[in-house]
Write a protein that binds this ligand. Structure first.
Ligand SMILES: [Zn+2]
Length: 447
């Protein structure tokens, strides 16, 4: 691609750059120059200059998602690596961390290697988490060393949390030597089983009070303090109490990080209008009260929570059409993450640069240097890995087909602000809005 993107705001958190009114010249997949005005003979100009007082389009390093379920192997009808990676590119992501709870689960070095092979040659880099315990059953730890040698970017039983604090401490100590974090889905399975009279799987049990999460958060933090080493990462925090526990642990100097999802930043119950089917809002952990949502937004703004992670969880329509108690938990999120955070997640306006940091540098730091992800930076003369978005442009979710194979989001039909205009990975255009970035296919084709 060879074009000058005119009048954009350039945000590069690690480069300490946040500059409005810039022209960005992209040629041959590289950013050739960023300057307040660029003219180059014969180079097409894509004029993105905002109207007076309007928010400018933003060019920033591309997004990194710490948490996605891509359903392959096992449920190609809900999602494939291919469709999931197209959804990611449309959402501005170039790196996506895939969870291990596929069918079969990724719980051996051989399966890690297979998953990595299956994910090669996609437009987006898919990084694989290995399960922490065999079958995610919480009993026997996987062969941690060999799973990491096979390419696992982190360890974690996401979806489940059956591991004992003692086993978790052992895992934290072992992964510390190998520079990987342990991801924990903090919901106490014993308490959930007690709260729900059903015999069904704990993953679908609908009653999950805040105490089920805060207890699991506290146990995981205690395991970390016993291990005295390792990096604990708490997934999808959903309540005020968890934020308080996280804050205490940080004050004690413990190496614990956390993520929040766009849906927990933006939605709460009681909802204004129930989605149809109602189970479209069923997710683990559940959407909670407004005060919880406010605490999460505040924690993300101040950096106590370092990352936004989608927990993209596609499901076949039939899995969501069941009665609320029986339906599968989770919602898709890769294509709506940015707009959700901007429009209803408290991260638009003056918080936009912070949001960019939490979707790029935050996740990068949590994964650590062992991830192999290039530093999220905008570097002149290097192959561009970047995202261009318009924080003010409105769109209606689902009005044009989503890239994901699934449509399970309560946001269907909602009008949000924030559209991704261009995503580039390693110099290649992997997503482009042809109406807003109208360069010829020839110009796009050149790497
Ligand atoms: Zn989870």
């Amino acid at each position: 691609m060879n074009a000058i993107l005119r009048g954009v705001r350039v945000i590069d958190p690690l480069g300490r750059l946040d500059a409005a009114g810039q022209d960005v010249w992209v040629d041959g997949g590289k950013i050739l120059a960023i300057y307040h005005h660029i003219e180059a003979a014969g180079v097409p100009v894509v004029d993105l200059t905002p109207a007076d007082g309007a928010d400018a389009c933003v060019l920033c390093p591309s997004f990194i998602d710490l948490h996605a379920h891509l359903r392959q192997p096992g449920d190609d009808e809900a999602e494939t690596l291919e469709s999931g990676s197209r959804a990611a590119a449309a959402g501005g992501y170039t790196h996506v961390v895939a969870m291990a709870n596929t069918m079969p689960p990724i719980d051996t070095p051989e399966r890690v290697a297979e998953a990595r092979l299956a994910a090669s040659n996609l437009p987006v880099s898919i990084l694989q988490v290995a399960a922490l315990t065999l079958g995610l059953e919480g009993v026997a730890l996987v062969d941690i060393r060999r799973c990491i040698e096979a390419g696992a970017v982190a360890l974690g039983d996401d979806g489940r949390n059956g591991v004992s604090p003692r086993q978790l401490a052992i895992a934290l100590a072992e992964t510390a030597h190998l520079s990987r974090a342990v991801f924990v889905h903090p919901e106490d399975e014993e308490m959930i089983a007690q709260a729900n009279a059903t015999q069904g799987p704990v993953t679908r049990s609908p009653i999950r009070p805040v105490a089920t999460e805060t207890r699991a958060v506290n146990l995981a933090i205690r395991a970390l303090s016993h291990a005295r080493t390792g990096n604990l990462h708490l997934q999808h925090l959903s309540c005020e109490g968890s934020v308080a526990s996280l804050r205490r642990a940080r004050h004690q100097g413990l190496a614990v990080s956390a993520e929040v999802t766009p849906h927990h930043l933006s939605m709460w119950v009681p909802v204004a209008e129930e989605p149809d089917p109602q189970a479209l809002r069923k997710v683990n952990p559940p959407l909670r009260a407004e005060r919880d949502r406010v605490a999460l937004v505040q924690a993300l703004r101040e950096g106590l929570i370092e990352a936004v992670a989608t927990d993209h969880a596609p499901h076949r329509a039939a899995e969501k059409a069941l009665a609320y108690g029986d339906a599968a938990p989770g919602m898709i999120g890769l294509e709506t993450a940015l707009a959700t955070c901007i429009t209803i997640g408290g991260m638009g306006g003056e918080w936009l640069a912070t949001l960019v940091e939490r979707m790029t540098v935050g996740p990068y730091r949590i994964l650590g240097p062992g991830s192999g992800i290039p530093e999220p930076r905008l570097r002149i003369g290097e192959a561009a890995t970047c995202t261009l978005f318009d924080p003010a442009a409105e769109w209606t979710v689902g009005a044009s087909p989503l890239q994901s194979r699934s449509r399970n989001t309560p946001l269907l039909g909602a009008t949000l602000r924030g559209t991704v205009l261009l995503t580039m990975s390693g110099g290649h255009v992997i997503h482009r809005d042809p109406a807003r970035v109208p360069v010829t296919s020839e110009q796009v084709g050149s790497a």
